[in-house]
Design a protein. Structure first.
Length: 155
């Protein structure tokens, strides 16, 4: 797996060069160069937006995730981490990284990627929403009689 990632990273500059030449062939050199500069500028704006509160929010959620392992998927998706990676990809020169960066800005793609990362890390997805069912093995729960429940004052 690591070998494939290393090979892909080594081949990325060559693929970016080929993609740039294809875009130059289709629209011309100056428009292609202008488009590349514009997407890099857009990447800087995305990073600026993600950095305003997203990174601080990701740090706060990381502290919560240390206590609650189910929060990792939410931290990745809503904490601005994927948006920050998207900004970095847009900032890098090249059309392939720009396409990946723009793809990560689309919410359904971000949600699926966050879920896939959560599964790869081995974090169970928390059951949420009305009618959600959480299956537990017999050793993971216990019955508590009513008289042992804490008393409430009825508020």
């Amino acid at each position: 797996m690591v070998k494939r990632i290393a090979i892909a990273l080594l081949l990325l500059p060559a693929a970016e060069l080929v993609a740039f030449l294809l875009v130059v062939w289709a629209i011309g050199f100056l428009p292609a160069l202008g488009l590349m500069i514009a997407t890099s500028f857009a990447g800087g704006l995305v990073l600026r937006h993600a950095g305003r509160g997203g990174i601080a929010q990701a740090r706060a959620q990381a502290r919560v995730a240390m206590r609650d392992a189910g929060a990792t998927g939410e931290m990745i998706e809503s904490g601005g981490l994927i948006v920050a990676v998207s900004g970095i990809l847009l900032l890098l020169p090249g059309f392939i990284t720009d396409l990946l960066g723009v793809g990560l800005l689309v919410r359904p793609i971000r949600s699926r990627l966050a879920a896939a990362i959560g599964r790869a890390v081995g974090v169970p997805r928390a059951a949420t929403g009305p009618g959600a069912v959480l299956d537990l093995a017999p050793g993971e729960w216990q019955s508590v009689p009513d008289h042992e429940l804490p008393k409430t004052d009825g508020r």
